[in-house]
Design a protein around this ligand. Structure first.
Ligand SMILES: Nc1ncnc2c1ncn2[C@@H]1O[C@H](COP(=O)(O)OP(=O)(O)OP(=O)(O)O)[C@@H](O)[C@H]1O
Ligand SMILES: [Mg+2]
Length: 381
């Protein structure tokens, strides 16, 4: 596990380090400042990430955190205020967009409205002077891939938003770039088509071996599609890791809260070594947890534990936290129980509705909340 401290923030990268020969894209200390004086905006602040060849890499974060800005710099439409971007080991900071082996599917699809669907897809190939027969063959293959064969002769101004998005994708994939940048490419699709396209995109990426850099603010989409995810907030990359890492081992409160539902608890530190920590939660529970490397615990720390890792039982048991059910939300496959602990903390426990004989808890019922120490994550902040 690699750790870098930039501007007082800790960036955790559970992948290989930046000497990794298979890195396709590297951003090294990249900052971007727009405007000046009072209207100055730091869109990116010393961002360093490495994206491996052939991986599905996702930039995930809320609106305005700098995802598009980073993508535009990889594409060459924007220049870093400081820092460098390497592609395949070479500094491409001065290379214009059209000389980079990179294609982009923009947040606004930017199709040519006066050209047909097929002409839009052929456009990049014509610019590259590919032979006519090859262009025709590729266009057909791309049309079938995005299921737009029937509309190939329509103008792109005469098709729906979702259809435009698929044409934009086909147009960007047609010249087989080394890197495909996708800026929220599925946002205009309805849920069903979106799910289909998620699977389709993943398949395409797998088949072509093209490095995908995918931007989304949808955490579920990021978790299901990516090999690795960079979680961004306010111009910083807070954590880089596999979906499993990001979900189960969030580096801080922001990541924990942004990726799925979670519970936070305060615990008293009883003792610690370099990698383990003994904690007491209220009166009811003592536990031993993993201490993130490099963390110096204070007297109290914050813990996160996911709702699916909490177990509920009636009354109080030995090592558990006593509380009262304050709300019950039935969700079909599972039920969310909101529990107010005697200590005052509020927790949500998710219980799968796997059989009719499952335990059911009512509002106002006294319950005990327990969890495995291995499912608890001690936070840095
Ligand atoms: N050309 C520009 N001039 C001034 N400020 C800009 C410019 N482009 C982006 N910004 C600002 O930089 C910050 C990052 O913008 P960016 O477009 O990268 O966000 P984003 O993460 O892509 O958000 P969204 O999810 O809404 O697309 C925002 O505060 C934005 O207002
Ligand atoms: Mg954006």
């Amino acid at each position: 596990m690699q750790q870098q401290v930039s501007e007082g923030r800790v960036l955790i990268d559970s992948g290989k380090n930046s000497n990794d020969a298979s890195l396709m894209i590297e951003a090294i200390g990249v900052s971007k400042i727009f405007g000046s004086g009072d209207s100055m905006i730091t869109a990116l602040d010393a961002v360093s990430i490495g994206i491996r060849e052939g991986e599905f890499f996702t930039l995930l974060g809320p609106s305005g955190c700098g995802k598009t800005t980073l993508l535009r710099m990889i594409a060459g439409f924007e220049h870093p205020s400081s820092g460098a971007i390497l592609l395949d080991g070479s500094d491409i900071s001065e290379l214009p967009p059209y000389k980079r082996p990179v294609n982009t599917v923009f947040q606004s699809y930017a199709l040519f409205p006066h050209l047909t669907v097929a002409q839009n897809i052929a456009f990049g190939l014509q610019m590259l002077d590919r032979p006519k027969a090859e262009i025709a063959e590729t266009v057909d293959r791309m049309l079938s891939m995005v299921k737009m064969e029937a509309m190939k002769d329509r103008l792109t101004s005469q098709i729906s938003g979702g259809q435009q998005q698929r044409v934009a994708l086909a147009r960007a994939l047609a010249p087989q770039p080394k890197v495909l940048l996708l800026d929220e490419p599925l946002s205009a699709l309805d849920l069903k088509l979106r799910k289909e396209m998620q699977i389709e995109l993943k398949r395409l990426q797998h088949e072509t071996g093209i490095t995908f850099v995918f931007v989304t603010h949808d955490q579920e989409e990021a978790l299901t599609m990516s090999d690795r995810i960079a979680v961004m907030s306010e111009g910083h990359v807070l954590q880089v890791g596999s979906p499993h890492d990001i979900y189960e081992r969030p580096a801080n409160r922001f990541v924990a809260g942004f990726i799925g539902e979670t519970n936070t608890l305060t615990a008293e530190v009883m003792s610690s070594t370099t990698d383990r920590i003994s904690l007491r939660l209220g009166e009811g529970l003592e536990l031993d947890a993993e201490l993130p490397s490099g963390m110096t615990p204070k007297e109290r720390v914050t813990l996160v534990v996911r709702p699916e890792h909490l177990r509920l039982s009636f009354g109080t048991t030995g090592s558990s936290l006593p509380g009262t059910v304050s709300n019950v939300v039935y969700l079909g496959t599972d039920t969310h129980y909101h529990v107010r602990l005697d200590s005052g903390d509020e927790l949500v426990a998710r219980v799968q509705n796997s059989s009719a004989s499952d335990l059911q808890f009512g509002i106002g019922e006294a319950v005990a909340v327990a969890f495995e120490p291995s499912t608890v994550r001690v936070l840095r902040d």
